[in-house]
Ligand binder design. Structure first.
Ligand SMILES: Cc1ncc(COP(=O)(O)O)c(C=O)c1O
Length: 381
């Protein structure tokens, strides 16, 4: 089997799993208890907070553990909306991008029903949000700008520093969904000017169901889940300790090897793109050539249905996706590709291969040979 769908999820690294295991059994105590055994569990949770903070140039009081990227995205948007409403007693204005993940877009749709106005910024053919579009969209009642750090379908890395500065110049908070980029490319919240950030462990060889939300000190985000005093009273519920430990181990592994993993993936990515574009007629790369996630290869195949390509690949033991995991099975063309100016037919002829740190050049060659043969067969029919 050749797994080329790391944008959907990654396998838990064996060292991450091993780090987690004792926290299901021997070290099962509740970190909030006061006996000494739970003290060591509490310390581990604190260490992971420290690791996360160090990875993005934050401090540990700015890190909150969540159930994943979706929860962190919900917290950012709902929290900013709540802050605005507390002050103004009415809905304000939120700006986001048109190629965001459903975790952002559907939360925005909910907030629209709750009386907020949302502007969805367009993108260019490569998926970039324009700084001047953002600047001209900010209004006196804008309470949040939320733009993803890197796109999950086409890999485009957005100009976050410029976008955040534009928001700050008008005193507006800036959130980024960094789920696809976190622990894979360097991120420094101070340097980039990020006020809030979402991340998720299962995208970088950690377990599913655990993520984090970074909130810059001084921002008075309210509680998101109400209940006990966990996460300094802002996200109640007994901590997912094994998950948090797994997140910590995955962050350490990723940050110690970031350069190595990213350059390996980028080398395979560029090789795959070059071979597909040169050897398979009627193929086009989506997203920019260089400024893209190290493992992302998004290709449109003229006149071919991506679902059939993906099924053909599956028969040969190769796993890739038509669009993203979140839109799989949907009859609708990808909102990302149509926002990038592709026709519905082009959008429905797109396959995303997402390469991981464990893939080899031989696997990439085998996948390219397979997709080439499948495309030829489909075109003969
Ligand atoms: C850009 C982006 N944001 C948010 C999410 C949701 O993260 P999670 O699966 O941890 O809820 C994903 C997952 O695919 C994603 O790619």
């Amino acid at each position: 089997m050749i797994y080329l769908d790391h944008g959907a999820t990654t396998p838990c690294d064996p060292s991450v799993r091993d780090a987690m295991l004792p926290f299901f059994t021997d070290k099962f105590e509740n970190p909030s208890s006061i006996y000494s055994a739970s003290g060591s569990v509490k310390n581990i949770v604190m260490d992971v907070r420290e690791t996360a903070a160090a990875l993005i140039g934050a401090s540990r009081e700015e890190i909150f553990f969540t159930s994943g990227g979706t929860e962190a995205d919900n917290w950012a948007l709902m929290g900013a909306a709540d802050m605005y409403r507390r002050e103004h007693a009415e809905g304000g204005h939120i700006i986001t991008g048109s190629i965001e993940h459903p975790a952002i877009l559907n939360t925005c749709a909910y907030l629209e029903k709750m009386g907020f106005d949302v502007t969805y910024l367009p993108v260019d053919r490569d998926g970039y949000v324009s700084v001047s579009d953002l600047e001209s969209s900010i209004r006196p009642d804008t309470c949040l700008v939320s733009i993803m750090l890197a796109n999950n379908e086409v890999g485009t890395i957005e100009p976050i520093k410029e976008l955040a500065k534009t928001a700050h110049d008008k005193n507006v908070l800036f959130h980024t969904d960094a789920v696809q980029a976190f622990a894979q490319i360097p991120i420094n919240v101070e340097e980039l000017g990020i006020d809030m950030l979402s991340a998720s462990a299962h995208k970088f060889y950690g377990p599913k169901g655990i993520g984090l939300f970074y909130v810059k000190k001084g921002i008075s985000m309210g509680s998101f889940i109400h209940g006990g005093a966990q996460e300094r009273g802002r996200r109640a519920g007994t901590e997912n300790v094994p998950g948090i430990v797994g997140l910590g181990a995955a962050m350490k592994l990723a940050s110690e090897n970031m350069e190595k993993y990213a350059s390996h993936e980028a080398e395979l990515r560029d090789h795959m793109i070059e071979r597909i574009l040169n050897e398979i007629p009627g193929t086009h790369l989506n997203g920019p050539e260089k400024n893209r996630l190290p493992g992302n290869v998004s290709i449109s195949f003229d006149g071919l249905e991506s679902e059939s390509l993906v099924i053909g690949l599956d028969f040969r033991g190769i796993m890739a996706s038509a669009g993203s995991a979140c839109s799989a099975g949907s009859a609708e063309p990808s909102h990302v590709l149509t926002a990038m100016g592709r026709s519905n037919a082009e959008a429905k002829s797109t396959v995303r291969f997402s390469i991981g740190r464990g893939n080899t050049i031989d696997e990439i060659d085998e996948a390219v040979d397979a997709v080439k043969a499948i495309a030829e067969n489909m075109r003969k029919r």
